[in-house]
Design a protein around this ligand. Sequence first.
Ligand code: GMT
Length: 374
Amino acid sequence: MNIGIVCYPTFGGSGVVATELGKALAKEGHRIHFITYSQPTRLDFFNENLFYHEVDVQSYPLFQYPPYELALASKMVEVVQFEKLDLLHVHYAIPHASAAYMAKQILRVKGIEIPVITTLHGTDITLVGKDPSYEPVVTFSINQSDGVTAVSSSLRDETYEHFAITKDIEVIPNFIDLERFKKQKKDHFKKAICPNGEKLVVHTSNFRKVKRVEDVIKIFIGIRKEMPAKLLMVGDGPERSKAEALCRETCSFEDTRFLGKLDHVEEVLSVADLFLMPSEKESFGLAALEAMACEVPVVSSNTGGLTELNVDGVSGFTCDIGDIESMTKKSLHILKDENLPNFKEGALKRAKEFDISNILPMYESFYNKIVESF
Ligand code: GMT
């Protein structure tokens, strides 16, 4: 098939999923056209079936807000028409689903019909989409999509609960490429960070409020009281400086490190003993799956899709949002030498269920179903 993929090109989960999906489909022989405002971060290799079309947003002094959605719709029209696409697959509803709807109407006038699939990723529903300033457009554009998928049952249910949706939503969970995300031998790295055999705790995120980064630090302080440990904070975002300030007040300087955004987070995960994800909301928790694939058990909150990913007592533990005491206790339990190997094994075993080879056929058969019924 000749497929257009629209996504955010950044480090965020939805962009990562969209890009990895496109790369995997290209390897299967599909021709994949990414349509976005800059080169997707994970689009890091050449394949004759991969194409990138940049959305060019023209600025003008009159515009307080340059109309990205219009530029995107225009680019979709151009790519569908000239590359003869069979399908448009947009990731993250805002504003991609409504831009796709507009492109579809323009193409119809030109005598071209194209099906649109929207994949809901999380905050497009649970945080941003619900807001009255977007809700009518989100509801309309989901209902106008020819196919809709959500990355977890929890996200599907929440979408039905908060929006007047008339379409079936198919759950296709996120996936992982176990060729890339696997435990690598990085003993020298572990030795440099944990010279005295300390346990290594890792958190990666976009440091937004929804990630509850302060909880990560509070849990770490609790762990550190009981055993020698280090904390690595990977990523960047609005809450980072507050988190750094909290660390300076409460932890020893040598125990915590903020690494910023990393291209190859799997190298850090390879030496980690525990991953913390105490999020307020999480439709799936791709970062936790990446950790699990590298044999790192996860202590997470039990919000959204996290209980569909993190098996309590096997790949880690899930606890109530904000329950620092329980998350600390569970972390200490996992980190005990006699327990850690079992949890590492449990994390990897669970991650294998989300191997891309299991999930890719779900997308392919969904594409076929939508194209055939269109
Ligand atoms: O977590 C974020 O804030 C980024 C966001 C995104 O859209 O990039 O992530 C969402 O989509 C990911 C991929 O499907 C999921 O793994 C994340 O759980 C989800 N984030 C939230 O629901 C907060």
